[in-house]
Write a protein that binds this ligand. Structure first.
Ligand SMILES: *[C@@H]1O[C@H](CO)[C@@H](O)[C@H](O)[C@H]1NC(C)=O
Ligand SMILES: *[C@@H]1O[C@H](CO)[C@@H](O)[C@H](O)[C@H]1NC(C)=O
Ligand SMILES: *[C@@H]1O[C@H](CO)[C@@H](O)[C@H](O)[C@H]1NC(C)=O
Ligand SMILES: *[C@@H]1O[C@H](CO)[C@@H](O)[C@H](O)[C@H]1NC(C)=O
Ligand SMILES: *[C@@H]1O[C@H](CO)[C@@H](O)[C@H](O)[C@H]1NC(C)=O
Ligand SMILES: *[C@@H]1O[C@H](CO)[C@@H](O)[C@H](O)[C@H]1NC(C)=O
Ligand SMILES: *[C@@H]1O[C@H](CO)[C@@H](O)[C@H](O)[C@H]1NC(C)=O
Ligand SMILES: *[C@@H]1O[C@H](CO)[C@@H](O)[C@H](O)[C@H]1NC(C)=O
Length: 439
């Protein structure tokens, strides 16, 4: 293949001459400077050997230029073999997140240089979980916040990093709640913060929350550095648990109790029970971190109606209460009356069942026409009515609940046959004159 024409060759030579030797020198430069290693990742405060060399046979001056501290004070170049001159230097106490040392030489009035990059990393030697609330209500959110120091405004504050290799995980016991890695962050960025909002559940009482930091430098040929914060135990508190009847009849008494556990310090907690405006006088027991109050509520006629039972637990300036509705009602038993409990045959007897207001009475299966009114029936007494029972049921609805009471009575028939001395087996057992209505 023919080369360029002689004319073109001359023109090219002319161009080279015009541009001077410089460009040609670069293209053909036989001399260079070299820095080894070019890129390094060093633990913060650590040291590193850097070799700065050149193949320039008679370098005028040169060496390693860096802000980092060198170990020792050797000066001058040494013969490094293989036609190289230069020096290996140990840099110590390397703390800058990132520095660029330069290896340079003056050689034949030209500057040769090679630039390196040294980055530092720092193990996560401080991982902190911000203190948890002293007393966290169940059902409310709280904040978990993990800090690995070093997240300064300019990212220059010493701290675990580079952040791009850092992963933080918030844990409840061994369970991971949230995990975040900071990949993509600039290599100078140090430290990190991870926060999460957590809903406190009852079962979280006593749970240990912690934070784990992982600095993964395996892609850089180094290891995986892990550390965890000290665990912090969460103390939750719930509303007191109030156990009380929903309904209470006037004149009767029932126990109520209120308890709350997970109290700390439990002996400093107070527990109070109130019915309406009336403060009860409960018996209080303390067992471990659980406080319990029990009382007997006696319903009086004045208290009739819808009332509230309130249990309040106080501790360290905080208080939690639980309210329960308690309806106090009165419900007298129905009265079943026979106009004549012991009547002769042929006598008209009136059976009356009466109960209080708002009560529905049913006499022998037949309900009264109107709520609160008595039910009645009449009968012409016959021989067969002796020992006949009458049954009356009263029904009262209280706060959605159906309550019932009943009453029964027995009719005795004055037996004329007995007067005519006709024996009957029943007459032998019970005298005809003990004729009573049985409640
Ligand atoms: C500095 O050099 C001396 C002697 O060469 C050596 O004993 C020392 O360990 C070096 N310092 C560091 C921090 O490596
Ligand atoms: C882990 O962190 C604790 C305190 O946060 C520190 O005392 C410990 O030295 C760290 N461990 C490692 C391996 O960095
Ligand atoms: C708790 O936080 C979550 C999300 O952060 C929110 O959806 C929820 O409504 C919060 N719950 C309460 C009780 O504040
Ligand atoms: C939480 O940690 C404390 C002390 O470190 C321990 O006594 C307790 O049992 C732990 N709780 C759970 C649920 O593991
Ligand atoms: C108590 O009664 C009031 C009014 O009747 C009602 O609004 C409230 O929900 C009740 N509370 C409970 C705990 O049942
Ligand atoms: C039953 O009724 C009769 C007559 O109606 C009456 O004289 C009597 O006092 C009543 N007894 C009761 C206990 O109400
Ligand atoms: C009751 O019954 C008897 C016999 O059946 C009858 O003679 C009498 O008149 C009745 N009495 C009334 C008050 O109806
Ligand atoms: C009547 O009341 C008593 C209790 O007072 C109860 O044991 C009984 O079951 C009731 N009878 C009926 C039929 O409802």
């Amino acid at each position: 293949m023919p080369g360029p024409s002689p004319g073109l060759r001359r023109a090219l030579l002319g161009l080279w001459a015009a541009l001077g030797l410089g460009i040609l020198a670069v293209a053909q430069e036989p001399f260079w400077a070299d820095l080894q290693p070019r890129v390094a990742l060093v633990e913060r405060g650590g040291s590193l050997w850097l070799s700065c060399s050149t193949n320039c046979p008679r370098p005028e001056r040169g060496g390693l230029e860096t802000s980092l501290r060198r170990n020792g004070t050797q000066r001058g170049l040494r013969w490094l073999g293989r036609g190289l001159r230069g020096r290996a230097r140990q840099l110590v106490d390397i703390r800058e997140p990132e520095t660029q040392p330069v290896c340079f030489f003056r050689c034949a009035r030209r500057t040769l240089q090679a630039r390196g990059l040294i980055r530092t990393f720092q193990r996560p030697d401080r991982v902190e979980l911000v203190p948890l609330p002293a007393w966290q209500p169940v059902g409310e959110n709280f904040t978990l916040s993990c800090r690995v120091p070093g997240a300064g405004p300019r990212g220059r504050v010493p701290g675990a990093g580079p952040r791009g290799s850092l992963t933080l995980t918030l844990l409840r016991g061994a369970q991971e709640l949230i995990r975040r890695n900071f990949a993509g962050e600039p290599p100078r960025a140090r430290g990190a913060v991870l926060t999460a909002t957590v809903l406190a559940r009852r079962e979280d009482h006593g749970a240990n929350f912690s934070c784990r930091a992982e600095l993964d430098l395996r892609p850089h040929g180094l290891g995986l550095f892990e550390n965890s914060s000290a665990p912090r135990e969460l103390r939750t508190f719930d509303s007191p648990r109030l156990i009380a009847p929903r309904l209470l009849e006037v004149g009767s008494e029932k126990p109520v109790s209120c308890s709350l556990d997970g109290l700390f310090p439990a002996p400093e907690a107070g527990i109070y029970l109130e019915l309406g405006d009336q403060r009860l006088n409960p018996y209080v027991t303390l067992e471990g971190d659980a406080l319990m109050a029990t009382a007997t509520v006696t319903a009086s006629a004045e208290q009739e109606g819808a009332r509230q039972l309130v249990c309040t637990v106080t501790l360290g300036g905080e208080s939690r209460e639980t309210r329960e509705n308690l309806t106090i009602y009165s419900f007298p038993a129905p009265l079943l009356n026979l106009s004549e409990p012991n009547a002769p045959e042929g006598k008209m007897v009136t059976v009356t069942c009466t109960a209080g207001a708002r009560t529905l009475v049913t006499l022998e299966g037949i309900p009264a026409a109107v709520l609160g009114q008595p039910a009645q029936l009449q009968l012409n007494v016959t021989e067969n009515d002796d020992r006949r029972g009458f049954f009356c049921e009263a029904i009262l609805e209280v706060d959605g609940e159906i309550l019932s009471k009943n009453e029964s009575a027995e009719l005795r028939v004055l037996c004329e046959l007995m007067l005519t001395h006709r024996p009957a087996p029943s007459d032998l057992q019970s005298p005809a004159h003990s004729l009573i209505a049985i409640a």
